[in-house]
Design a protein around this ligand. Sequence first.
Ligand SMILES: Nc1ncnc2c1ncn2[C@@H]1O[C@H](COP(=O)(O)OP(=O)(O)O)[C@@H](O)[C@H]1O
Ligand SMILES: [Mg+2]
Length: 233
Amino acid sequence: MNDGKAATMLTDAQEGRTNGRTSGRVVLEARELRKVYGSGGAQLTILAGVNLQLAEGEMVAIVAPSGAGKSTLLHLLAALDTPTSGTVYFDAKPIDGRADAALAEFRNRAVGFVWQRHHLLPDFTAAENVALPLLLRGTPLGQALETARGWLKEAAVLLADEPTGDLDEQNAVAVFELIERLHRTHRLTSLIATHNAALAGRCDRVVGLEQGVLKLRSVGLTKGGTALGGEKS
Ligand SMILES: Nc1ncnc2c1ncn2[C@@H]1O[C@H](COP(=O)(O)OP(=O)(O)O)[C@@H](O)[C@H]1O
Ligand SMILES: [Mg+2]
C-alpha cells in the first residue's frame, strides 16, 4: 500500500496536465477516504485512504475490476453513504458537517447519480433517473435529453456508475456520448466508473482503484492524434 504516492501522482496530474478546459477550481474532493466493512477479525477494507480532486468541468473515468470499490467510492462522493473515516468536500466545504437539510439539498440538487443498471428502482423520481435510464427504457432521445436537462440544470456533479455496463458496443457508445453531451452543455464535473477502456480513454483523465487506493492510469490521452481537449471544445 502506498497511499502517499497515489495522492502525489494525482496532484501532479491535476496541477500540470489538465487540458485547459477546466477552471482548476476543485468542485469535489475526497481526502483520505476509508471504507471498512465488518468488525473485529472480519474487517474488510474496501477504500484505504482515497484522495481525489475533481476540477470544475473535468470528466474523469474510474476503471477497476468488479469488487474494487468503485460503487462504494461513488456512493461516498454522493453522500449516499458515510465513510469510516476521511472527508468529502463539495465546493471546499465538508459535506459531513452539513445539517440534514443542507445534506438533502446536496444530494438532490448538486449531485446527479446514474446508477448501475441493476440498481435502478421503479419508484425513483424522474430526477434520479436522468436521461440514461430513460433511454434504456425506450424513451426517444430528444425527450430523454429534455428530462435530463431539466434536472441537470440544478446539478454540478455527475456521478455515473457503469452507465454502459450492460449495453452492446453500439448502445454503449450512444449512451456515453449522451453523457459527454450533458457534461459539456451543463459544464458538469463528472466521474464515470466504467469497464470500457475505449470510452474511458475519451475522458480527460483515467484513474484506477488498486488495493483500495486510487492510482493514476493515464493522463492526456489522445484520440486520432488530436489532444482530447482540443477535439471536444
Ligand atoms: N454493505 C457491504 N457489506 C460488506 N461488504 C460490502 C458491502 N458493500 C460492498 N461490499 C464489498 O465491497 C467490495 C467493493 O464493492 P463495490 O464498491 O460494489 O465494487 P465495484 O463497484 O468496484 O464492483 C466488494 O468486495 C463488495 O462485496
Ligand atoms: Mg459497482
